[in-house]
Design a protein around this ligand. Structure first.
Ligand code: ATP
Length: 358
């Protein structure tokens, strides 16, 4: 029997609430599966840790994570600490140090969930957005000089390397190839950003002949927002830079019903270092501690975690349980139009799992 070691990093805001629910569901799946066990270790990093130690996580924190098979992450953010400190001190530090360069964000309408787009069904909206996760606009290059003076300058420099661009595009081609429609859309802004974005286009044009079975097209990021709303069916797999895909995937989450259901995996495809799975929502301070956070984004991310570990049956069992709960519609959280608490949604998914008929 395989034993997977999972690092749980709940973080702040609603992170601890949804990660507790995710761990509970993962433990339930593992407990009646003869093929594998999961052992969890919790790392209390985030805002409180920062108040005590002046850093979001210990200096050797990422090295500690290297020993784990996967990481389940909640949220980074604290009302009293600037966002760039919480984000760079925890989530981005983990992603960048472990070179989790492929951020995969599925977006589809789950059964029973009505999105805001009239007449759009589950068949019309089934996408995977692949976000470059290691460089680009969030590479961290830049600085501020002449601070406080009238001539102060702030610079954020986008970094695009051939290694970084080619590996994420090839990853997206492989993913597109594995999906029934075999379709990949490249999103850039190469009309206005004439260096890095034209570079993205040129890499795409060069490597696409290696994937003759994948149908391709290109969109500018502004036009892409319109297409996602007006013609969702025309899209399948999408690849874009760190910033562009960050924005587009929040739109995708809203179009599939709520930010609360959207999952993501920060993947290290080579598997020599652990990958990290998390709901895409943030800390949601407006609902923190109220017990009403939607845990479905964390459950779906947990299914991605199981799939990444190679436990595909367990992953599809969990997805089916989630879908039975959304299809049934009697236990939905507030952001999906219901009134159920985090506890009730978790119990409904546990119940669907235990009935064994999913
Ligand atoms: P960040 O900057 O950390 O990504 P954000 O400011 O974009 O975060 P969130 O903190 O994710 O946004 O919250 C945006 C809105 O969505 C809030 O009103 C929040 O309550 C709601 N929301 C986010 N996640 C959930 C969830 N899991 N369940 C219910 N509502 C949620």
């Amino acid at each position: 029997m395989k034993n997977y070691r999972i690092a749980a990093v709940p973080g702040d805001g609603i992170g601890p609430e949804v990660i507790a629910a995710g761990v509970e569901v993962l433990e339930a799946i593992a407990s009646d599966n003869p093929d594998f066990e999961l052992s969890f270790k919790h790392f209390p990093w985030g805002g409180d840790y920062y108040r005590k130690h002046g850093v979001m996580m210990p200096e050797d924190g990422v090295d500690t994570l290297r020993d784990y098979d996967a990481i389940l992450f909640g949220s980074a953010g604290d009302p009293d600490i600037p966002d760039h400190i919480t984000l760079w001190g925890l989530r981005l530090k983990i992603c960048q140090t472990l070179d989790q360069y492929a951020n995969v964000r599925p977006a589809r309408l789950l059964p029973g969930i009505k999105g805001p787009l009239a007449g759009v069904t589950a068949e019309d909206l089934d996408w995977v957005i692949v976000r470059e996760n290691s460089e680009g606009e969030y590479a961290g290059a830049g600085g501020r000089v002449h601070v406080g003076l009238p001539e102060e300058v702030g610079l954020d420099v986008s970094i695009f390397t051939r290694t970084g661009v080619e590996r994420i595009q090839r990853f997206a081609f492989e993913l597109a190839r594995s999906r029934p429609r075999k379709k990949l859309t490249l999103v850039t802004k190469s009309n206005a950003q004439r260096h890095g974005m034209v570079f993205w286009d040129s890499v795409f044009d060069r490597i696409r002949s290696d994937y003759p079975d994948v149908e391709t097209d290109k969109m500018l990021v502004d036009a892409m927002t319109t297409r996602m709303v007006l013609d969702p069916r025309s899209l399948d797999t999408v690849v874009a830079t760190n910033l562009h895909a960050d924005v587009l995937s929040d739109l995708a989450a809203a179009l599939t019903g709520s930010l609360g259901i959207a999952p993501t995996g920060n993947l290290r495809p080579e598997r020599d270092m652990p990958s990290m799975f998390e709901p895409i929502h943030g800390s949601a301070f407006d609902i923190t501690g109220k017990g009403v956070a939607n845990p479905i984004g964390t459950f779906w991310s947990s299914a991605m975690l199981l799939e990444h570990l190679g436990q595909t049956d367990a992953a599809s069992r969990l997805m089916s349980a989630i879908e039975r709960v959304t299809a049934d519609g009697s236990v939905l959280p507030r952001d999906l139009g219901g009134s159920a608490s985090t506890r009730q949604v978790t119990d409904a998914v546990l119940d669907a799992l235990s009935k064994g008929n999913v």
